[in-house]
Design a protein around this ligand. Structure first.
Ligand code: HEM
Length: 473
C-alpha cells in the first residue's frame, strides 16, 4: 500500500543542484506560500514544496493550485504525474487495465507478492479469496466480536501502570487514545478474524509494527523483512495444521460463525492449485498491513475532529445513527491514505497533458476528496453535508442526486475490501468509547500546537499520532 512516505520521500532536483532541499515558510493553515506567477497571472508550482514540512501540515491550498491550474501535473523532480481532480482520479481507478497497479515500490519486499500489485484477470482471480469474509453476513456475524474486543481494550485501562497512557487527578481521567485503544484494537480484530491463536497476539503486534516501519524503504526496511520472515515461519506451522484440521470462529454464545480466514485460505484454489504457504502469508501480511494503520488513523482522526466540533458531537449524542456520517466525513476530510500509484499501460492525453506509456501517475485521493467541483467548502468538517454519499458502500462508488462517495477506499476493481469491516470497527468502537467516556474533551495542554503556538496542530497528511482525552470519572 502506498503511503505518504512513498509520496514525498523521493528526492532529486530539476535545477542545477540535484538533491537540494528548499525551506518553505510555514503558512497559516489554508493559505499557500506564493511560489511566483507566470506572466499571464497563473500561479507557479514548485515541486520541492511536496517534500517540505509546510506541505505535510498544510497541503490543501497547494492541492487547490494543482487542481485549478495543473490538474495533471508533470513533476520532473519526482518523475511523477500527479492527478488531483476527483473525476480524473475515479476514471483512472475504474480503468484497471489502462492504469495498472504494477509495481508498487518498496512495499512488495516486505509484504510479498500481493493482489495489490496485480491487475486485470490475475487480480480478479485472487481478489475474492478472502474479501468475501469481510463483507455481508460474514461480517455481520463478526460484529459482536468487534464489540467485545473494543470493550476489552477499555477494560484494560484500569490496570495500565503508565502515566503517559492513563492518569487520573481530581475526578478527571486522561487517556492517550492511541496507546490505550486505537493503535492495537484494529490489529486485534484482524488477528481474530484471520484465526491467529490468542497467545500469538503480542508477537503479531510486534511483527506488524516492524513490517509497517519497514515499508518506508529506509534503514527500518531490514527489520521489516526480518519480521516478515518470522511471520512466515510462524504461519507455516499454522497452515500445515489447518490444511488437515480447519479452525472456526464462534460468537459469545458458542455459535459457530464459520471457518477463520486462514482455514479458508488453506482450502482455496487458484487455477486448480492450492495456495502455497508463501501466498497465504502474503495475503495475511496484506490484510494486516492494509487494515491496521488505516483503521487506527480513521479512529484517531474521527475523534480529533469530532471533539473539535462539539456541536456535531452533541448531535451524535442525540442521534446515534450519525456515527456513520461522521465516519465517512472523517475519511473525506482527513483520510489516513493519501492516494495510490498507477502506471499507464498506453500513451494517454489527460487534461491536455501527454503522458507516455509506463509513467508513474499518482492518484491523489486527498485532493479528490477536497475537490470543490464535488464537495462544497471542502476544508470544512461537516457531518451534515448534503453532498457526500454515506450510505451502503459500493465498489462502483456512488453518484446520485449530486452526492458522491469519498475516495478514501478508492473505487473500482481495487476498492478496499476492508472498507466494510473498518467501518464497523470505527463506528462500533466509537459507540463503545462514547458510552464509557463521560463528557470527553481534548486535553489541550498535552496536544501538539500549530505554528501560532495556540491552536491545535492540523492533521495534514499524517493521521493524528496521539490524542489525549480527558473525561469525568
Ligand atoms: C479506514 C480504513 C481503511 C482505508 C482508508 C483503506 C484504504 C484502502 C485503499 C485506498 C486501498 C487501495 C485501493 C486502490 O489501489 O485503488 C486499499 C486496498 C486494500 N485494503 Fe484497505 N483501507 C482501510 C482498511 C482496511 C482493512 C481493515 C482491511 C482488511 C481487513 C483492508 C484491506 C485492504 C486490501 C487487502 C487491499 C488491496 C485490495 C486490492 O488491491 O484489490 N483495508 N485500502
Amino acid at each position: 500500500m502506498a503511503s505518504i512516505a512513498d509520496f514525498v520521500s523521493t528526492l532529486a532536483d530539476d535545477s542545477q543542484d540535484p538533491g537540494a532541499h528548499k525551506d518553505f515558510p510555514l503558512m497559516p493553515e489554508g493559505e499557500a506560500y506564493d511560489m511566483g506567477h507566470a506572466p499571464d497571472g497563473t500561479p507557479l508550482f514548485d515541486p520541492r514544496i511536496l517534500d517540505s514540512h509546510e506541505f505535510m501540515r498544510n497541503p490543501y491550498p497547494y492541492y487547490r493550485i494543482l487542481r485549478d491550474h495543473y490538474p495533471v501535473f508533470h513533476d520532473k523532480l519526482h518523475n511523477t504525474y500527479w492527478v488531483t481532480r476527483y473525476d480524473d482520479v475515479s476514471n483512472c481507478y475504474f480503468d484497471d487495465e489502462g492504469y495498472n497497479t504494477i509495481p508498487k515500490g518498496s512495499s512488495s519486499g516486505v509484504l510479498g507478492n500481493t493482489q495489490l500489485e496485480l491487475s486485470g484477470i490475475e487480480h480478479r482471480r485472487r481478489r475474492n479469496l478472502y474479501g468475501q469474509h469481510l463483507v455481508g453476513q460474514a461480517l455481520k456475524a463478526r460484529v459482536p466480536s468487534i464489540q467485545r474486543l473494543a470493550r476489552q481494550k477499555i477494560d484494560d485501562w484500569d490496570t495500565i501502570d503508565d502515566e503517559n497512557v492513563v492518569s487520573e487527578k481530581d475526578g478527571v481521567r486522561t487517556v492517550a487514545l492511541g496507546a490505550a485503544f486505537a493503535n492495537e484494537f484494529p490489529i486485534r480484530v484482524v488477528c481474530e478474524v484471520l484465526g491467529f491463536p490468542e497467545e500469538a497476539r503480542s508477537d503479531f503486534y510486534y511483527w506488524y509494527n516492524s513490517m509497517m516501519s519497514g515499508l518506508g524503504g529506509s534503514e527500518t526496511h531490514k527489520q521489516g523483512l526480518e519480521a516478515r520472515q518470522h511471520l512466515e515461519d510462524y504461519v507455516e506451522g499454522i497452515v500445515a495444521e489447518r490444511r488437515d484440521t480447519p479452525t472456526y470462529l464462534y460468537d459469545q454464545d458458542g455459535k459457530n460463525l464459520g471457518k477463520d480466514i486462514i482455514s479458508k485460505l488453506c482450502e482455496s484454489k487458484v487455477d486448480d492449485d492450492f495456495l502455497s504457504t508463501e501466498e497465504i502469508t502474503s495475503n495475511i501480511t496484506l490484510i494486516v498491513a492494509a487494515g491496521g494503520e488505516t483503521t487506527r488513523g480513521a479512529i484517531m482522526n474521527l475523534w480529533y475532529l469530532l471533539l473539535q466540533h462539539p456541536e456535531q458531537f452533541a448531535a451524535i449524542q442525540q442521534d446515534d445513527a450519525l456515527w456513520d456520517a461522521a465516519f465517512h466525513e472523517t475519511l473525506r476530510h482527513s483520510s489516513p491514505i493519501g492516494g495510490q500509484p498507477r502506471h499507464n499501460s498506453f500513451d494517454v492525453e489527460l487534461q491536455g497533458v501527454h503522458v507516455p506509456a509506463g509513467s508513474l501517475m499518482q492518484m491523489v485521493d486527498f485532493s479528490a476528496n477536497h475537490d470543490e467541483r464535488i464537495f462544497k467548502n471542502p476544508e470544512t468538517f461537516n457531518i451534515f453535508r448534503d453532498d457526500l454519499y454515506s450510505g451502503k458502500l459500493l465498489r462502483s462508488g456512488y453518484r446520485k442526486d449530486g452526492r458522491c462517495s469519498h475516495m478514501a477506499f478508492g473505487v473500482g476493481p481495487h476498492l478496499c475490501p476492508g472498507a466494510w469491516i473498518s467501518h464497523q470497527e470505527a463506528v462500533e468502537g466509537s459507540r463503545i468509547l462514547n458510552a464509557r467516556l463521560k463528557n470527553p474533551r481534548i486535553n489541550f495542554d498535552k496536544q501538539p500546537k500549530d505554528i501560532d503556538g495556540k491552536s491545535l496542530a492540523p492533521i495534514g497528511l499524517i493521521s493524528v499520532r496521539e490524542l489525549h482525552v480527558d473525561y469525568d470519572v
